[in-house]
Design a protein. Structure first.
Length: 433
């Protein structure tokens, strides 16, 4: 086989060649579909104590969070006939006539050096108050408070944990050639509050979250060769964990955060290895002449899936996390790669090639059936939301690399882009404590 033309390496080369223009401060979110069948909900602008000017319009953030899930269609404020901010001002009959299923009201009051944010959620037709909560917040933490409120509402109405208060890691690229700047960033799930983790003139790839959300593992070429680092987000302290000759790539934390699976070619061929982050013991798991890469852990930590061309084309294989034989789990298509498990372990999301186009698919591991989530030509790097409801991935839009997210059940989709520059390699954080 001519390894320089291998499909796995061709996709990697394509990603590294993305270039761009000036970088903007944050991602822009555009909802691109799926809200037609969503539940109507009214999130009324929160009342504010006289003379108080909160730094964030809570209701607007909550409504946007709910809309992005694809399950809710918030009512525009301009269409509201009344703006109640307390229970005694609410007449649910009015909201019933407007076709709303649910109503959210709230207030922001001063509390010490910060704020107290209170809200209530109503079932319009049954007349029940479903939730009533008060949260203390600082000014700088006001957006996070709004995300927490959105998650409480989402869970109360769907029975599923919300992800508005989570974060995403992603890579941006600006400039070309010697003037290129590549940056690994972390932002809130809605694109706000971006934080630069590391910046380089060389490629940065494959960010992976630790299960506690406090560290990121990633691949950096900053010394003109691939190396894997693990970095603490709060302090910026980082450890070099793999810098062997050849390939050092595709890091993935185990569910307990103690081990890191990775692809190394230090013996000559790309193989799956597992590093104990405490003892630094390195164990090689695969023993095959094919390319084995892109490992990912099952939620229970008992298995690893990875991409291999041992059957003649790149496909997804599963093996015990302690080693042993591997079984192929992808059946359809001549290319399947970059797979990772859903939080419940019942399916995997992956890149699959359809008529020459790389798209995002979800594979039901029990039935062996793949369902497509995207319709692009070069979609890559899929990552499940920690509640399993959505998948974020990188795609091309208008000639630029952008991020997109699609609902697993087909309920909605969105596009996260920058005004300029390339964005790629997204990774959704675990649920934040």
């Amino acid at each position: 086989m001519n390894r320089s033309r291998h499909p796995l390496l061709l996709v990697l080369s394509t990603l590294l060649l993305w270039g761009a223009g000036p970088l903007e401060a944050r991602l822009n979110i555009e909802i691109t579909g799926g809200i037609e069948a969503a539940q109507p909900i009214a999130v009324v602008p929160f009342g504010v104590s006289e003379g108080l000017i909160p730094p964030v319009e809570i209701a607007a953030v909550v409504a946007a969070d709910l809309a992005r899930t694809g399950r809710f269609k918030p009512m525009p404020t301009r269409d509201m006939l009344d703006l109640p901010t307390s229970r005694d001002q609410v007449d649910l009959r009015d909201w019933s006539l407007l076709g709303m299923n649910n109503l959210v009201i709230g207030q922001v009051e001063p509390e010490g050096s910060g704020f107290r944010v209170s809200f209530s959620l109503f079932d319009v037709f049954r007349g029940d108050e479903l939730a009533s909560t008060s949260i203390l917040s600082t000014g700088t933490g006001m957006r996070h408070t709004a995300h927490r409120i959105a998650d409480i509402i989402y869970e109360k109405l769907t029975g599923q944990t919300g992800v508005a208060a989570t974060r995403i890691a992603y890579v941006t690229a600006t400039g070309r050639g010697d003037s290129q700047t590549v940056t690994l960033r972390v932002a809130d799930a809605d694109g706000y509050n971006p934080q630069t983790i590391v910046s380089s003139s060389e490629p940065i790839m494959s960010p992976a979250w630790s299960p506690d959300g406090r560290r990121l593992a990633y691949v950096s070429f900053e010394n003109r060769r691939a190396a894997i680092y693990v970095q603490e987000l709060s302090t910026g302290r980082r450890d070099l964990v793999a810098s062997y000759p050849g390939i050092n790539g595709s890091p993935a934390f185990s569910p307990d955060g103690r081990r890191l699976a990775m692809t190394l070619s230090k013996e000559g061929n790309p193989e799956i290895h597992v590093l104990n982050l405490l003892s630094r013991e390195l164990v090689r798991l695969t023993q095959h002449f094919a390319i084995d890469t892109e490992p990912a852990w099952s939620p229970d930590g008992r298995h690893l899936i990875f991409t291999s061309d041992r059957g003649g084309s790149p496909q997804i294989y599963r093996m015990s996390a302690s080693g042993g034989p591997a079984e192929r789990i992808s059946v359809e298509g001549d290319y399947n790669g970059r797979a990772s498990y859903s939080p419940d372990g019942r399916s995997v999301v992956m890149v699959t090639r359809i008529n020459g186009a790389f798209r995002i698919g979800v594979l039901d591991t029990e039935r062996g059936i793949t369902r497509l989530l995207s319709s692009g030509t070069l979609d890559e790097s899929p990552s499940f939301a920690p509640n399993g409801s959505m998948v974020i991935y990188a795609t091309i839009h208008g000639g630029r690399g952008v991020l997109a997210a699609a609902s697993v059940d087909g309920g909605g989709s969105q596009r996260l882009s920058q005004d300029s520059g390339q964005v790629r390699e997204p990774a959704w954080s675990p649920l934040m404590q």
